[in-house]
Design a protein around this ligand. Structure first.
Ligand code: UDP
Length: 238
């Protein structure tokens, strides 16, 4: 028999850069479809799935804030970028046959649902994927903290962080050949050593709510399901 998922309800956080594929900007449709197929595999296994996607492939607040724009305004632009990515993912998922709802922290009635916690829970129960867009709806954050907050609000068993690296390393594996991957880390290790896994506010929220973080590579096709069943390569923070 096929190995079973280790968690029943999870949130997947992806950086917007994942959607670029090998491009330098924006959304690569082939990558979008591939990610959708990987997500479908997990949903078909009966896992309740929430998604949070960043916006870095389109816009990051700090980029303009560093060049004279007011930080808060630039961050709102970043939040809008996450809505674009959420809609792109929704399109790809629905094309693949996965029922999906987008809920935005900034109400945008003509585009998607507003964030309503109990309604999101109901969607999950019905097997729909819920994509949380526009972060917290507040500036001075990245999408890490909304990913952590929503995973706690939804009662998730784990937060999956899909990146381009297959876990957390002692040094940058792209620059340092002697870098080693951690199998497990504590929340305290990550915070005390200032390891760049997620924003400190997100790590602290996961620690306070005892929700493990699984860091894995979403670049390899099929890897999401593999890691979810405990195979393959990843780092667990708990
Ligand atoms: N952002 C924000 N508040 C939030 C979530 C996002 O201000 O709660 C803005 C911020 O400017 C951020 C941008 O949206 O830079 C895009 O998100 P992020 O940088 O997390 O994207 P990623 O690096 O994951 O692609």
């Amino acid at each position: 028999t096929a190995p079973k998922p280790r968690y029943r309800k999870i949130l997947l956080k992806m950086s917007g850069e994942v959607l670029m594929g090998d491009s330098l900007f924006g959304i690569d449709t082939a990558t979008l479809d591939r990610v959708a197929a990987d997500i479908k595999e997990v949903v078909d296994a009966g896992v309740e799935l929430c998604l949070v996607v960043g916006g870095g492939n389109i816009f990051r607040g700090v980029s303009l804030a560093g060049r004279g724009m007011e930080r808060a305004s630039a961050d709102y632009m970043g939040m809008l970028a996450t809505v674009m990515n959420a809609l792109a993912l929704q399109g790809a998922l629905e094309k693949a046959g996965v029922d999906t709802r987008v809920q935005s922290a900034i109400p945008m009635d003509a585009v998607c649902e507003p964030y309503i916690r109990r309604r999101a829970l109901r969607h999950l129960e019905k097997g729909r994927v819920v994509i949380f867009a526009a972060g917290l709806g507040a500036p001075f954050f990245t999408t890490d903290t909304p990913a952590a907050l929503r995973s706690a609000e939804m009662g998730c068993d784990a937060l999956f962080k899909g990146t381009s690296v297959d876990g957390v390393y002692t040094a940058d594996p792209k620059k340092d050949a002697s870098a080693r991957r951690y199998e497990t880390l504590s929340y305290h290790d990550v915070l005390a050593q200032d390891l760049k896994v997620m924003d400190a506010s997100a790590i602290a929220l996961m620690r306070d709510n005892q929700i493990p973080i699984v860091v894995f590579s979403i670049r390899e096709p099929g890897n999401f399901m593999k890691v979810l069943t405990g195979q393959g390569v990843f780092t667990t923070i708990n």
